[in-house]
Design a protein around this ligand. Structure first.
Ligand SMILES: [Fe+2]
Length: 209
């Protein structure tokens, strides 16, 4: 059944904020590579966190989001094709992530090219998801479906994960974007973030070189 967009509008702010955090991190990695400074513990920790966040994001999308959308669209060919593309694009990321890892480990002269390649594959995928998959979700899913998916994300992160995920998203974003993201977080998480998580996160100085 089609959801009534007027009455059951899904808010994608958390998804956009997460995608933008991936984009921001890859810019930081590239800046470190251009400066020849990818060896600092802070840059390495930033990269490890990036991979961890990306893994959780795509695992929960693959396990909880695409199957829900699939159940709504039935056997209609076009949306099914799009869902197959989403999963396939997630699969294409593994080799380019490994290539960056190898280039970092071997101090390869093609490190910047490998980072640009990852940026292109991930950037194209997120743009495709934002421009095609999110409108399909808006059209076919309910707010309750989306909240279910968000709950799956929260479960995958756990409290320890949230303590990093929330300040990581907020890192360097505008006050307006910050507000838009935080209103979607549960009040206890917002309070803990304000009291402990954000200052703890900033002490790590991820990506510093
Ligand atoms: Fe996504």
């Amino acid at each position: 059944m089609m959801a009534d967009a007027q009455q059951d509008h899904i808010n994608f702010d958390v998804m956009f904020a997460t995608h933008n955090a991936f984009r921001r991190d890859l810019e930081r990695l590239e800046a470190a590579a251009v400066a020849g400074k990818t060896d600092t513990p802070e840059v390495r920790a930033g990269w490890e966190n990036f991979k961890h966040q990306l893994h959780i994001h795509h695992t929960v999308e693959d396990e909880r989001l695409w199957p829900t959308v699939q159940s709504k669209v039935g056997d209609k060919p076009e949306p099914n094709e799009l869902l197959r593309e989403m999963e396939a694009e997630h699969g294409q990321l593994d080799p380019v992530l490994t290539a960056v890892d190898q280039a970092l480990a071997t101090k390869s002269p093609d490190l910047i090219d490998r980072i640009k390649e990852l940026g292109a594959v991930l950037g194209d995928h997120m743009k495709h998801e934002e421009e095609a998959a999110l409108p399909l979700i808006q059209e076919t899913c309910t707010n309750a479906d989306w909240k279910n998916f968000a709950a799956g994300m929260a479960r995958a992160q756990g409290i320890k994960g949230a303590a990093v995920y929330i300040p990581w998203i907020l890192d360097s974003i505008s006050p307006a974007e910050r507000q838009k993201f935080l209103v979607n977080m549960p009040p206890p998480a917002r309070a803990l973030n304000k009291l402990f998580w954000e200052s703890r996160y900033h002490k790590k100085q991820l990506w510093k070189f």
